[in-house]
Design a binder for this molecule. Structure first.
Ligand code: FRU
Length: 486
């Protein structure tokens, strides 16, 4: 019999493992019509342990099929985070030019080394697949990058093909900075350069880098984006992801950026990276919807945590400054059924919406950015999440202190803030609510807040109240159907 995955906090349109512990997304690659999602996985418990790569596949990044575990720990260590590429030119010799191999590049974490007090326990290894990612063979020459000089944190390789210099480029992190390497064949790697010791946020260790090029929307200009996850040190505590906009010449990443930029202001979007080899060169992003502050203590028993909804990253210039936006995947609309729709509603009094029909839904509307608005999700037990947009401080603030189960971690009750700017006279708000998560996109994804919540029963009412003259413009509420066992 098929399991229904109907547990109280089980998200219905977000990826989560059928059972046990999951953290970072890994090996995001598209090949032969299939999106692969590998992930940090411990199949024996619902807390972190010896890391494997779990595996799922999808045609649209929304509905996932679970696959057997792809990579198991071996004599070189646990399998930590990393990436995967399609070796189109068969540079590695692992496939053929007609049937290119998938190659995974990951970090080995040798527990015995760490326990013995050595500092060189993280190295980089590779594996290849000749059946589109189903089964993998580890390279006999592993590790392909040894730990150079006892660098304790030396991990999370993101590899991509750099056309301009005709070689593979790897970004990885080493504690407080990123390092870049190049290779002709994915087996032999040459150290190129480093970046970041004196710029950006340094409240914690750097993890899970990603480097890619984007065209600035509506302009000829192209810039390189470097994503860096950092833990702790995020703007609202614990784990978060910063980014740098700059240039990459096949050797060095440079930037003039002075300020610190954050990909997401919610507490629960970490270790996110983007797909290699996507159709139409889209930059598609998935993050782990949790925070190391409490990831191992959240109130689920069968499984732990989920991924964010996939997002398309775009680069814009807003008031003279670069901004990386996150746009929720269109494909989600396929699973949505419109339930309530209207042109305009004046918010001089409270507007209440019955959302008791479904635990999983999407609401979108446009607002007047010069007037404040407050949105509340509430259940019968009076558990609630309050989302405030405040024009005086020009920020969003989310309070989940009374959202349901919060006692597993004190800091879970802290409210979170997000400063925003907009050029729009009617910026859009999109709100994706699932059984244990909320994703808020402001102004077409220019700003994002992703967070977990654990109500003891689903929120069944949503209320909107605003400063005089505030309105709900082009309001639409849709339920989103479960993507399990489609
Ligand atoms: C990020 C991270 C990575 C590491 C992995 C281990 O959450 O700490 O740096 O590779 O998790 O599971």
């Amino acid at each position: 019999t098929k399991k229904s995955y109907d547990e109280p906090h089980r998200n219905q349109f977000h990826f989560s493992p059928p059972e046990k512990w999951m953290n970072d997304p890994n090996g995001l690659v598209y090949n032969e019509g299939v999106y692969h999602l590998y992930y940090q996985y411990y199949p024996e418990d619902i807390v972190w342990g010896p890391m494997h790569w779990g595996h799922a596949t999808s045609k649209d990044l929304i509905q996932w099929d679970h696959q057997p575990i792809a990579l198991f720990p071996d004599e070189h260590g646990y399998i930590f985070s990393g990436s995967a590429v399609v070796d189109h030119k068969n540079s590695s010799g692992f496939g053929t030019a007609e049937k290119p191999a998938l190659v995974a590049i990951f970090t080995y974490h040798l527990m015995e080394g760490e326990k013995a007090g050595r500092n060189d326990f993280q190295t980089q290894g590779i594996a290849y697949s000749n059946d589109n990612g189903q089964t993998w063979t580890k390279y006999e020459g592993n590790p392909v990058i040894k730990n150079p000089t006892s660098i304790r944190d030396f991990r999370d390789p993101k590899v991509f093909w750099h056309d301009e210099s005709n070689q593979w480029i790897m970004a990885l992190v080493a504690g407080d900075h990123a390092k870049f390497y190049s290779s002709p064949n994915l087996k032999e790697w040459t150290y190129l350069s480093e970046f970041g010791k004196t710029v950006g946020a340094h409240g914690g260790v750097w993890e899970c880098p990603d480097l890619f090029k984007l065209k600035v929307e509506g302009e000829e200009e192209e810039k390189w984006v470097l994503l860096i996850s950092i833990n702790p040190g995020a703007p609202n505590g614990g784990s978060g992801t910063q980014y740098f906009i700059g240039d990459f010449d096949g050797n060095t990443f440079t930037t003039n950026q002075k300020d610190i930029k954050w990909l997401d202001y919610g507490t629960d979007n970490y270790a996110g990276v983007t797909y290699n080899n996507t159709p139409d060169d889209q930059r598609l992003f998935i993050g782990w919807m949790s925070n190391w502050n409490y990831a191992q203590k959240t109130p689920t028993k069968e499984w732990r945590s989920a991924m964010t909804i996939p997002r398309k990253l775009d680069l814009i210039k807003l008031k003279g400054d670069y901004l990386l936006k996150s746009v929720p995947m269109d494909a989600l609309n396929k699973y949505a059924t419109s339930m309530q729709k209207f042109e305009k509603e004046n918010l001089d009094s409270i507007y209440t919406l019955d959302i008791s029909k479904s635990t999983s839904h999407k609401t979108s509307f446009y607002i007047d950015p010069d007037k404040s608005i407050s949105i509340e999700l509430k259940n019968k037990a009076n558990e609630k999440v309050v989302i405030n947009y405040n024009t005086e401080t020009s920020e969003f603030q989310i309070d989940r202190s009374k959202s349901g189960i919060t006692d597993f971690e004190e800091s879970f009750k802290d409210s979170m803030r997000m400063p925003v700017k907009t050029n729009n006279i009617r910026p859009k708000i999109e709100l994706f609510v699932d059984r244990s998560s909320i994703e808020l996109f402001f102004d077409d994804g220019n700003y994002v807040m992703t967070l977990q919540v654990f109500p003891t029963s689903p929120y069944d009412e949503m209320t909107f109240s605003g400063q005089q003259g505030q309105l709900l413009d082009h309001f639409e509420y849709s339920t989103i159907k479960s993507t399990w066992n489609e």
